[in-house]
Design a protein around this ligand. Structure first.
Ligand SMILES: Cc1cc2nc3c(=O)[nH]c(=O)nc-3n(C[C@H](O)[C@H](O)[C@H](O)COP(=O)(O)OP(=O)(O)OC[C@H]3O[C@@H](n4cnc5c(N)ncnc54)[C@H](O)[C@@H]3O)c2cc1C
Length: 308
């Protein structure tokens, strides 16, 4: 039995929003490359998701939650198992919190852009740094996404998660081992939603800061090409982009994947790029950094799936 058949059998009889089999990740990932997932499952709500997760766990089938796929590289052979897609989980709400704060609750599939826009509309300060990060709330919490000296952990107070038995519970920020671009949550823990704690601010100032960040990103990042953002975490003391540039690798191209000429910590897909090309470039950068500088560069992007 193939994995696809095993998943179909495991999910038989369940009501599920949508299940796409052998779905090419190049159609969904911001990199526009990557092999097929055996199944891309989008549950409509918590009850559906819990039923799916329980069945997959019972059958020993691997699964991984995904959001907007803006930080994932799927190898060309594809992902063996089910990707649980939080598409459509995009409800957001604002309510008063203690001591003049405000809660912004968002479901995991909500785009960070939606959270940022809602905060601006309500004149709430705290998430301006998320402007222009193309991920979802779930992906941002998982990755402890950050920019301009701030990270998700600075503004999140609690996270709603589902475990692999389909049970939902809440974690306080203190219970999550947030660190630089990581949350320490197990890969099969599904983030269902998060609560941001914001403060009342000046609407004009908030919008001005967001515009400034948008302009800065336009100027610095190669946004005209598909990418997954920064490929490597910054090593201590030096931005990875500057190190890669100093190593003379800026602009290096393999097939249709190129180390961006605009920002050396981005790799861009110039058309028909493959995961194999990108992985080869990643290895080249790592080996060169180790040899020339004794620096171990660690990927920031999440790499999953099998080689072809
Ligand atoms: C142009 C560009 C600019 C970027 N700029 C930044 C930046 O400034 N700062 C920054 O930190 N990142 C940046 N990124 C990377 C990326 O947008 C963030 O890491 C984002 O938070 C990932 O969210 P996602 O929904 O796309 O996650 P995905 O790529 O779908 O997944 C990333 C990881 O999160 C996990 N995950 C996703 N959803 C869930 C969930 N609901 N529950 C549990 N785990 C989940 C996945 O399993 C995977 O391990 C950029 C990317 C691009 C393309």
């Amino acid at each position: 039995m193939t994995m696809r058949q095993a998943i179909a059998e495991a999910l038989a009889g369940l009501t599920i929003g949508s299940v796409l089999y052998d779905e090419p990740m190049s159609h969904h990932a911001s990199l526009r490359l990557g092999g097929p997932a055996d199944a891309l499952v989008a549950a409509d709500d918590e009850a559906q998701l819990a039923a799916v997760v329980r069945r997959l766990t019972q059958k020993g089938i691997a699964f991984l939650p995904v959001g907007n796929l803006t930080n994932i590289l799927v190898r060309d052979g594809g992902y063996r198992g089910a990707l649980l897609w939080m598409r459509g989980w995009d409800q957001t709400a604002v309510s008063p919190g203690p001591d003049g704060t405000y809660f912004l609750d968002a479901q995991a599939g909500a785009a960070l852009g939606r959270v940022v826009a809602l905060a601006a509309a309500e004149a709430l300060a705290g998430v301006e740094f998320c402007t222009g990060i193309p991920g979802s709330v779930g992906g941002a919490v998982r990755m402890n996404a950050g920019a301009y000296g701030k990270e998700i952990k600075d503004v999140v107070s609690r996270v709603t998660v589902m475990n692999k038995e389909g049970r939902v519970h809440q974690l306080r920020r203190e219970e999550i081992a947030f660190a630089y671009r990581r949350s320490g949550l197990p890969a099969d823990t599904i983030i269902c939603g998060a609560r941001f704690v914001l403060t009342r601010g000046d609407a004009g100032r908030i919008r001005a800061r967001m515009s400034e960040i948008r302009e800065w990103r336009q100027e610095k990042h190669p946004l005209q090409y598909p990418s997954a953002g920064s490929v490597f975490k910054n090593p201590p003391g030096e931005p990875a982009g500057r190190l890669i540039e100093e190593l003379g690798l800026k602009g290096r191209r393999l097939g249709d994947v190129q180390i961006s000429k605009k920002h050396a910590n981005f790799m861009v897909n110039k058309g028909q790029g493959t995961a194999a090309d990108m992985l080869e470039l990643i290895r080249l950068v790592q080996e060169t950094a180790r040899r020339e500088r004794g620096v171990a560069l660690e990927p920031e992007i999440v790499i999953i799936g099998e080689e072809r």
